[in-house]
Design a binder for this molecule. Sequence first.
Ligand SMILES: C[S@@+](CC[C@H](N)C(=O)[O-])C[C@H]1O[C@@H](n2cnc3c(N)ncnc32)[C@H](O)[C@@H]1O
Length: 221
Amino acid sequence: MLPDLTKETQFVRANTALLTAPLIPEIRLFLASEISPIWQATEEELAAKNLPPPFWAFAWAGGQALARYLLDHPAKVSGKRVLDFASGSGLQAIAAMQSGASRVEAVDIDRFAVAALCLNAKENGVKIDVALEDYIGRENAGWDLVLAGDVCYEEPMASRTITWLRMLAASGATVLLGDPSRSYLPKSGLERVISYAVKTTRELEDTDVRNAIVWQVSAEA
Ligand SMILES: C[S@@+](CC[C@H](N)C(=O)[O-])C[C@H]1O[C@@H](n2cnc3c(N)ncnc32)[C@H](O)[C@@H]1O
């Protein structure tokens, strides 16, 4: 059961616009635009209002690569039970449902992300089971496919996540990680699946394009 997220939902609506991510024109998301207040807010301003950084307001390069891969390869997801970990905007979860997954669970620990991903799922006409919880360390609850988009950007979250993803891979799940060479991407125990050039902005990534790779995470490092 989700808590009451009325305030967070209002905040998402007030601070975003319905847009598409460059690599995924078929999915509309409530995202920060260059004219939305959240784009202009500094980290200090957000901290002063006790707000976490709005990761959910952007479709990150790693997540876009993962979503593109699922949309272009529906056989990899069709009929599968899917977990989208650290879902943010929910882009990969929506792509998985649109590609024929039998069920998608999306989890994030940020109340605003959960509000945004519920709005985004509704906007795209898909049903996703959403949880506001830290799933790291949980046993495989029947997931055939586990998705993790852009999760190697800070420690200790990255190490905890990778250790757990390897445990899920050992349990028999296919685990896919979308990543544009973030600082804490593991150096081994990954198999390259596909890569995409993802258009981004200098304000967000310091560059106009990032090469994002979809990796399959192995059980062993
Ligand atoms: C860079 S964003 C990536 C969002 C999305 N997957 C994408 O690719 O666009 C990272 C997300 O991880 C979430 N997160 C961080 N720690 C988490 C945890 N322990 N469990 C679930 N989500 C977490 C953050 O709230 C944020 O939404």
